[in-house]
Structure formats: structure tokens, C-alpha cells
Design a protein around this ligand. Structure first.
Ligand SMILES: [Mn+2]
Length: 468
């Protein structure tokens, strides 16, 4: 599915008709979301619009190189405006306007030069909102805007929304849609729109091209993911032609990782466990690991994709992270054999997408024991799915230890949007390239990672944890 000329024209017309634009990506922003937002910022500004671009969280340091990064605001200014209007009679001029606030009363004092102002000439009405159009990018569901969605319900419901996305799971919120699930990134959708529209085509400066290419490179993992289409490669080539600075992107995204991130990745890779019979691979990062490596739980982002590409011979991949403020976050990826979203939902009330999902556990006495319990539960869930017995085994929450925080899991889900792997699934391609062990020279994959294969063999799990 691609975008119709009518959809593109409607989006362009919306931009032309409105003046005060607010551009937002999803919370837990990723490079595609941020690049899309900044590309919109740049292009709409060039059209003479007043544009505010929001990054709902602290933007990652690694993305500081993105053109326009300094323009990002974190807070939406959306205070109510209340307007008192006085319609003046012919010939009446105003000499002074003053206001006082006292005893919880606001008094507006209008002194006419001559003539009279009568009460019936006064009207009151809510003023205009600071924004007249919202452009939401790379966001499958409004809830994924996080605090912005919670704190600005009025804004989201009253101001028209242009929804630009490439997730097949997009809920089609808003009044105008540019949603193309066959696009590898939100920036690819933007590229299509901009190049098909004469008024926007010339606005693709080398800076904008760099932004668009950043989203494309990161959402395809440098064109490694199966969501990479001939079209994405063409778009990349055209962006290079338009002056996109590919080396700058690669340098900043892939070749500059803080030491803390490398250390925490090392810890996660070293701690890989695998149950060969159950075909599940996992690793766990505790609060102590994070503190020791001076890393944050956000730095574990990306480890799972690394796990999948290095250990292809499993059905479920899980990364458990103990969060700084307590609680556990589990991120799941799966082969086509397992529906990760159903698995996360049935076991721990989480959710996500068929191939990428997540869940949270709010409280537990011991992180590592909780991880083992989760693995056991997930294995049971996998068995149920394999046997097609999807209606039994709904887990009951025992003794209140395990509570799933709704808000947290919503945020997780965005994290777990596969880089549009879903769109490729539509095209009936396998998401994870089927690589047999022979591709690793017939050697045990785990020994290839210089891990003790015994400790990772599934039987020695507890001992593995006991060492920590
Ligand atoms: Mn994206």
C-alpha cells in the first residue's frame, strides 16, 4: 500500500491552511521519530510557518548531530487563553486599559476617551490555542505520546491532527493520515510526500536529506532488516544525491557509543542464557549492573536486536532490565513461530506486536529469581501456543506480587515496535533471516560468542545467576 495523490494533497493543504504547527514524535523517542520531527520542523519553517517541535524526553546525546536539534522543546505551552472583547460604538475611543487582580477577582478597567461603554457590548470567549495543527510522526497510537497525551487531552482532542507513520499497527488517530506500512521508516513516508509535492520538493536541503536518511538507516538497522525494500534503497540513493551526509550519520549513530553503553552491552551479552529445547534465549541486567557500569536502563536499547542476529536459532528472545526506580521491564522478540504480543499478554498482561512485545512486573523480592520465574512462565506460554491451546492457561496473578503497570507497558510497547518488521510480514517474508548454524561455520553459536556453552545450555541457569 502506498499513499494516494489525494492523501498527499490533503496533507499538503492542511499545512498550507494552518499557521501554528506543533510537531511531536513518540515518547521514548528513537532516531526515526526524532529525525522525522526535525525534518518536518525544517520544511514547514521554510514555508513560513510558526513551528514548535517537541521531544517528550531528554533527547539522546548521540542524536545531537541532527540538524535542528537545538530547536527541540520538551514542554508543550498550552495554557488556556480567555478573551474579553468590548465592541466599541462608532466614534468611541479608548484612553486606557488596565487590569487588577485582587481577592480572586480579575478586573479589567477600560477608560474611554469620550463616549460610553455599556455592559451589553462586552463578550467573553475562550481564546485561540497556541497551535492550530498537530503533526504526529512515527507514532502508532496517541497513548505512545506518553505524558503529552496524558497532560494535554484538550489539545489532542480539539486541534486537528496529521498522523504520519509507517507502523502497520497505527490506530489511524487524527483527521489526516499519511500512513504507509510498506515504508521502512517514517522518514521514508516523509520523503515520498515531500518529493511528490512541488511546494515541498525544493525544501529538501542537505540538512533535511541527512535527517531523512538517519531515520531510514536506523529503522532498517543499516539496511539489514527485512523491512528494507528496493524502494528504501532507492530513497537512500536519492537522499545521498540530495546531499545527505551518510558518514556523519554512521559515525554518530554506530561508531560513538558511550563507554557505559558498551559495558552494559558486554554484561548483557556475557550473561546470555539459552534453553535449547524450549528455544528461548534471554539475558538480564540488574540495577546493580547498571550502577556498576554507570549506565541507565535506556542504554540496553538495541541489545535484543543484536541477540537475534547473533543467535538465530531460537523462537523467543527476552531482555530483562531491572529499572532504577524498581520494577522489571521485559522486552521480547520472536521468530514467526511465536506471537510475541499474545505471549506477553497471556503471561504478564503486556502487549505489543506479533514479533516484538514487552511486559512489566512492578514488584518482586529478588530480580534474578523473578527472571527465572518469568522464563518458566514464558516457556509454558510458548508450549501452549505451539499446541494451539490458546484458551487455557490464563495465568492468575498470585499473591499480588506481580502487578503490571498499565502506563509503563504502554510506553514499552512503542519501544518494542519492530523496525517495521510487521510490514515485511505483510509481504510474507520471514523477519529474521533464516540462518542455520552452518552459517557460523557449523560451530556452536554461543561458543562463537566465547561464552561457556555449559552455563548457557539451559540446565545451569541457576548456577549462572548464583555467580552474580
Ligand atoms: Mn519508525
Amino acid at each position: 500500500m502506498s499513499l494516494s495523490p489525494q492523501q498527499l494533497a490533503a496533507a499538503t493543504e492542511a499545512i498550507e491552511r494552518h499557521q501554528r504547527l506543533l510537531v511531536v514524535p513518540h515518547a521514548n523517542v528513537d532516531p526515526d521519530g526524532l529525525s522525522s520531527a526535525l525534518a518536518c520542523y525544517s520544511v514547514f519553517r521554510a514555508l513560513g510557518k510558526d513551528v514548535t517541535v517537541i521531544c517528550p524526553d531528554t533527547p539522546p546525546e548521540s542524536l545531537k548531530f541532527l540538524p535542528g536539534f537545538g530547536e527541540l522543546k520538551q514542554e508543550v505551552q498550552d495554557q488556556q487563553q480567555f478573551v474579553v472583547t468590548i465592541s466599541l460604538d462608532e466614534g468611541v475611543e479608548v484612553d486606557q486599559v488596565r487590569s487588577t487582580i485582587a481577592d480572586r477577582r480579575v478586573n479589567i478597567i477600560v477608560v474611554p476617551k469620550h463616549g460610553v461603554i455599556r455592559p451589553q457590548q462586552v463578550t467573553v470567549a475562550p481564546g485561540e490555542r497556541p497551535y492550530d495543527l498537530l503533526v504526529v510522526v512515527d507514532t502508532a497510537d496517541l497513548a505512545l505520546l506518553g505524558s503529552l497525551a496524558r497532560d494535554h487531552v484538550g489539545l489532542l482532542s480539539e486541534v486537528p491532527i496529521l498522523n504520519i507513520d509507517h507502523h502497520i499497527s497505527n490506530t489511524r488517530f487524527g483527521q489526516l493520515h499519511l500512513i504507509d506500512p510498506t515504508a521502512a521508516s517514517a522518514t521514508e513516508v516523509l520523503y515520498h510526500w515531500f518529493t511528490q509535492t512541488p511546494a515541498l520538493r525544493d525544501r529538501i536541503t542537505p540538512d533535511v536529506a541527512t535527517l531523512l536518511l538517519t531515520g531510514l538507516i536506523t529503522d532498517t538497522r543499516s539496511f539489514q532488516n527485512p523491512n528494507t525494500t528496493p524502494r528504501s534503497l532507492e530513497v537512500a540513493a536519492e537522499l545521498l544525491d540530495r546531499g545527505a551526509r551518510q558518514q556523519e550519520i554512521v559515525q554518530h549513530i554506530y561508531k560513538t557509543k558511550p563507554l557505559s553503553t558498551l559495558k552494559i552491552w558486554g554484561r548483557a551479552l556475557h550473561g546470555i542464557q539459552m534453553d535449547r529445547d524450549a528455544r528461548i534465549v534471554w539475558s538480564a541486567i540488574s540495577k546493580e549492573d547498571l550502577a556498576e557500569m554507570e549506565a541507565t536502563s535506556k542504554e540496553t536499547h538495541g541489545i535484543l536486536d543484536e541477540l537475534i542476529s547473533t543467535i538465530p536459532d531460537a523462537d523467543v528472545y527476552v531482555l530483562f532490565t531491572e529499572k532504577e526506580d524498581g520494577g522489571l521491564k521485559a522486552s521480547l522478540r520472536s521468530s514467526p513461530a511465536i506471537d510475541a504480543s499474545a505471549l506477553a499478554g497471556r503471561t504478564y498482561g503486556g502487549g505489543g506486536h506479533p514479533r516484538a512485545a514487552g511486559f512489566s512486573v512492578a514488584r518482586f523480592p529478588n530480580f534474578h529469581l523473578q527472571v527465572l520465574e518469568c522464563i518458566q512462565t514464558l516457556k509454558e506460554g510458548m508450549k501452549e501456543q505451539a499446541s494451539g491451546d490458546v484458551n487455557s492457561g490464563q495465568r492468575t496473578v498470585d499473591s499480588g506480587q506481580r502487578t503490571v503497570s498499565g502506563g509503563q507497558s504502554v510506553v514499552n510497547v512503542q519501544n518494542e515496535q519492530p523496525k517495521n518488521a510487521l510490514a515485511s510480514e505483510e509481504r510474507k517474508k520471514p523477519d529474521v533471516p533464516v540462518k542455520g548454524p552452518q552459517m557460523l561455520g557449523g560451530k556452536d553459536v554461543l561458543s562463537g560468542l566465547s561464552l561457556d556453552p555449559k552455563a548457557a545450555g539451559g540446565t545451569d541457569i541457576v548456577r549462572g545467576f548464583g555467580e552474580k
